[in-house]
Design a protein around this ligand. Structure first.
Ligand code: AMP
Length: 476
């Protein structure tokens, strides 16, 4: 991976982007390029963590985790972080971006140990847990203490964890603010590092008011800030809100909508009324693969999961209206391979590190290209190959053309023989009816007890508190 040319930027400038192939851009869509920009030789790229400036004990931690060489985003951002720069890191999920920000903060922590040294913010609870696991794994050699503050879980154990004065706090914004306001003795006044993962989403309007409050409380002097994301809005006001000082941008994608080359993307043109049939046909064809099936709504995720189970597939749903425990349990089953299909609303599309996913199916197309990138980023990670198949119905043609436009290429059609698909009609029809019954029962029991599924966003109850926890739930 060729090293990138470093450029300093003034706060008035749009931050400059350092791209893998030496092409630079200062624009949102990264279309501008500079042919004269030197392209550095591959041979000079650092091949070890030590060469990047990482201390021996952390190099050993990397080795113990099987990280043989730094990934491109690590090779580019770690030296800059160790120089003490604020960073905006643009890299697709699966590129190793978590270690790219965790290693520098651990190294700084070793240099000057301090409680409540770093705060890592993430938009979803699952991502927060995943980051904390990386902090603990990489920081085990230095006995790092890490606390996770996320919504949907009891606040008391989290307050107790804060009482133990952790070095690193990983949090979703709503719950962090709750603790800042209500947990006695908890303050981030001495904070040295603020990291925002999936930063574009954190800087979105959704989290806006909460994030503004948090940023007001955090110290600005002497604090380093890293923003990491696969996609990023370069709106200057967003960046100013995050209080970056002279940030450098590091990008390892050639453009905002790049997907990895080991990912085979295709689409199937499907009549809307036969979507279930085509899904079963596809899963039969690709039997044995691990996959994530994305739906647009919570109900569909639940229904498809039931339908698949009725037809003998091993599927588990995950969406924002399951309790936090149920979501973690679903993910664990999937990770442990006791289920090989995860049926997910977009809550699962961002940042989750689910290894060895062979297949992503967009059963419902996402509303925008950004979400498409995040969804298909669940497969073909860390150099592995993967397939992404999108269902395009007669109602989705315009949306699909927009997605293809953003990707900058026309995708292949996945070949199906209609007669072979229609053979399944009777069996699938029966399962659909049974699934509809089960959904009805689920809704009825939910009405009575609020048991499996929790109330929808528009439901009543605990307005202020619920609002913050809901923010953390993502759009599932
Ligand atoms: P991330 O993009 O941070 O979600 O990381 C994706 C996966 O890559 C995780 O399972 C990491 O443990 C793994 N990973 C991170 N850095 C490296 C590396 N240098 N070599 C191999 N695997 C890595």
């Amino acid at each position: 991976m060729p090293p990138l040319k470093k450029r300093k930027i003034s706060p008035e400038d749009s931050p400059q982007i350092h791209l893998k192939n030496g092409v630079q851009s200062t624009t949102e869509d990264n279309t501008a390029s500079n042919e004269d920009e030197p392209i550095h030789e591959k041979a000079s790229a650092p091949t070890t963590f030590k060469e990047l400036g990482i201390i021996d004990s952390l190099c050993e931690a990397c080795e113990a985790l099987g990280y043989k060489a730094p990934t491109p985003i690590q090779a580019e951002s770690i030296p800059l972080a160790l120089e003490g720069r604020d960073l905006i890191g643009l890299a697709e999920t699966g590129s190793g971006k978590t270690a790219a920000f965790v290693l520098p903060i651990l190294q700084a922590l070793m240099d000057k140990p301090q409680q409540l040294h770093s705060l890592i913010l993430a938009p979803t609870r699952e991502l927060a847990y995943q980051i904390s696991q990386a902090v603990e794994a990489l920081g085990s050699v230095i006995a790092v203490r890490c606390a996770v503050l996320v919504g949907g879980m009891d606040m008391m154990p989290q307050s107790i964890a804060l009482g133990k004065k952790p070095h690193v706090v990983v949090a979703t914004p709503g719950r962090l603010l709750d603790h800042l306001e209500n947990t006695k003795g908890f303050s981030l006044r001495q904070l040295k590092y603020l990291i925002m993962d999936e930063a574009d989403r954190l800087l979105d309007l959704d989290f806006g008011p909460i994030l503004d409050k948090i940023l007001k409380i955090l110290p600005k002097e002497g604090r380093k800030t890293y923003l990491f994301s696969a996609t990023m809005s370069s709106k200057v006001e967003s960046l100013q809100r995050a209080s970056l000082t002279n940030p450098l941008r590091v990008a390892v994608s050639q453009d905002k909508y790049q997907t990895v080359s080991t990912l085979l993307q295709s689409y199937i043109f499907v009549p809307h009324k036969h979507k279930d049939l085509y899904l079963i046909h596809l899963l039969n064809e690709l039997a044995g693969q691990t996959g994530i099936i994305f739906t647009r709504t919570v109900n569909e995720a639940q229904r498809i999961s039931i339908l698949l189970r009725m037809l003998g597939f091993s599927a588990v749903p995950i969406h924002g209206q399951l309790s936090q425990q149920a979501r973690l349990a679903a993910l664990n089953k999937f990770r442990a391979k006791s289920r090989n299909l995860l049926v997910a609303s977009d809550v699962a599309s961002r940042g989750l590190d689910i290894p060895s996913v062979d297949l992503v199916v967009n059963f419902d197309l996402p509303h925008d290209s950004k979400t498409y990138i995040h969804r298909v980023g669940r497969t073909a990670r860390a150099g592995k190959s993967g397939k992404a198949v999108s269902f395009v119905t007669q109602y989705d043609v315009e949306l699909w053309m927009r997605i293809e436009g953003a990707l900058g290429k026309k995708l292949q059609e996945y070949e199906t023989v209609k007669e072979e698909v229609m053979v399944l009609a009777e069996r699938v029809g029966e399962a659909q009816r049974a699934a509809a019954m089960e959904m009805k029962e689920l809704h009825e029991s939910r009405g009575k007890k609020g048991a499996t599924l929790r109330h929808t966003r528009t439901g009543k109850g605990g307005a202020g508190k619920r609002g913050r926890d809901d923010m953390d739930q993502d759009e599932g």
